[in-house]
Design a protein around this ligand. Structure first.
Ligand SMILES: Nc1nc2c(c(=O)[nH]1)N[C@H]1C(S)=C(S)[C@@H](COP(=O)(O)O)O[C@H]1N2
Ligand SMILES: [Mo]
Length: 436
């Protein structure tokens, strides 16, 4: 079979895919399951205006409101795990990890501190009753296959460390640091976590299901509730197509996280795990996967998760795939530190483009830089911990900056080009602290 090469999915394949998708999109082939793109964009914009009032305090418009029954902006509706204030900031149906809560942890985010991004709410699924259906015209041999959790566990297992990061992580910095308006959840930098995932390769499952020669896209779909916009438009269940080249490369169907069965909030019993790509690709609570001989579309690769704005084509960029490059200090915003005392500044940097090659830190607003010490062997699709010793000479306000460079040579820029939905913020963040 032409698709058996596990090294498929190199960056060149991904950019070819993006270019093809962009051409199809601009040619008007992109439809979101019967909803015309123009109509949906209008609805999303209208929903943003309608809900601005509820989030006026933060200055953010909310582009797509939560499903019926979701609580107001200060409650985290529909999550199972406790969300103590010391570890999380809750944002609607989502919970953001506080970076300072990682200061005393190891390489991996402890599962109980891992951020949660839910379009609706966490479904409670029975692992014994769960099945995965693989179907579609990209399969041979009868075109449908079912797997129980035990079936998946009998297949060869793979364990790997990787981050999951929301495409909107850092979104609030478009506003607070660049003075720009964006729509969506006002994350700071904590919509990311890294874990050890165990499961079976998606490619293995697709081959057992009978992958056809002409398959091009696979579309995993979650078992959580339909996603309904504020005006009542039902976008259906969360689903986003993935090119077959990536699906066969390094994607997992994960049933364990940090050595334990996947917990409810993170996709129990099985989630898709797409290393290096934006979080939406890693569909939780997966129930079925369509394998298609034609390109597939859903609102999550047409109207969401593309870049729209002055710097982008009229119809938006190609669908987003790889994550960008970021760094964060393990300190609260406006942290107080002792003046004329020794400190060890700690933080983490990560990139979807390649492993982290170096991190430079400034404690004087960017005037001078020192190289941070890395505490992890840099790996693709994962973060590195770093540290730098610092002694603030006098009391007063300081601005800390951390700037990562990845193995592709890309360095965090000073500003991120604006896009209306605030995706892929990658600029160096100016982190205020006070020496007292
Ligand atoms: N079924 C389903 N999968 C989903 C989502 C969802 O709401 N439903 N959210 C996606 C988004 S936008 C992100 S960023 C990640 C978050 O994963 P986590 O909640 O385990 O941190 O899950 C993705 N997978
Ligand atoms: Mo996300």
């Amino acid at each position: 079979m032409p698709h058996d090469d596990p090294s498929a999915g190199a960056p060149s394949d991904e950019s070819a895919y993006d270019r093809r998708r962009l051409r199809q999109w601009l040619a008007g082939e992109g439809r979101a399951d019967g909803i015309e793109r123009r109509d949906l964009l209008r609805l999303v914009a209208a929903a943003g205006l309608a809900t601005t009032a509820t989030s006026a305090a933060t200055g953010f418009a909310t582009s797509a409101a939560a499903a019926p029954g979701a609580a107001g902006p200060t409650l985290a509706a529909g999550m199972v795990k406790p969300l103590p204030d010391t570890w999380f900031t809750t944002r609607g149906t989502n919970a953001e990890t506080r970076f300072e809560a990682l200061a005393d942890t190891g390489h991996h985010t402890p599962t109980d501190r891992f951020f949660v991004r839910n379009h609706t709410s966490t479904p409670l699924l029975d692992a014994d009753a769960w099945t995965l259906t693989v179907w579609g015209d990209g399969l041979t041999r009868g075109r449908t296959a079912e797997f129980s959790l035990d079936d998946l566990k009998r297949l060869p297992t793979t364990t790997r460390s990787a981050f999951v990061e929301c495409a909107g992580n850092g979104r609030s910095l478009f506003t607070t640091q660049q003075g720009q308006t964006v729509s969506g959840t006002a994350w700071t930098l904590g919509a990311i976590g890294s874990a050890r995932w165990r499961g079976v390769r998606l490619g293995e499952v697709l081959r057992r299901a009978g992958l056809g020669r002409d398959a091009v896209d696979v579309l995993p779909r979650g078992l959580d509730a339909d996603y309904v916009l504020a005006d009542g438009t039902n976008l259906g269940r969360v689903r986003r197509p993935l090119p077959l080249s990536k699906a066969l490369d390094d994607v997992l169907l994960a049933y364990e996280m940090n050595g334990e069965p996947l917990p409810p909030d993170h996709g129990h019993p099985v989630r898709v795990l797409v290393p290096s790509w934006i979080g939406i690709a890693s569909v939780k609570w997966v129930g079925d996967i369509e394998v298609s001989a034609r390109p597939l579309y859903s609102p999550w690769n047409t109207d969401f998760y593309r870049l729209f704005g002055a710097a982008y084509p009229e119809g938006g960029s190609a669908p987003l795939a790889r994550q960008t490059l970021k760094s964060a200090f393990e300190l609260p915003w406006n942290a107080e530190v002792g003046a004329a005392a020794d400190h060890r500044l700690t933080g983490r940097s990560w990139s979807g483009g390649g492993s982290i090659a170096r991190v430079d830190v400034s404690t004087d607003g960017g005037a001078t830089w020192r190289r941070a010490r890395l505490h992890d062997a840099p790996r693709r699709a994962d973060w590195v911990r770093w540290s730098l010793d610092w002694r603030p000479a006098a009391p007063g306000a300081y601005t800390l900056l951390a700037r990562a460079t990845d193995a592709t040579g890309r360095t965090q820029p000073e500003t991120t080009v604006h896009n209306t939905q605030g995706y892929l913020f990658d600029a160096v963040v100016r982190h205020p602290v006070h020496a007292v």
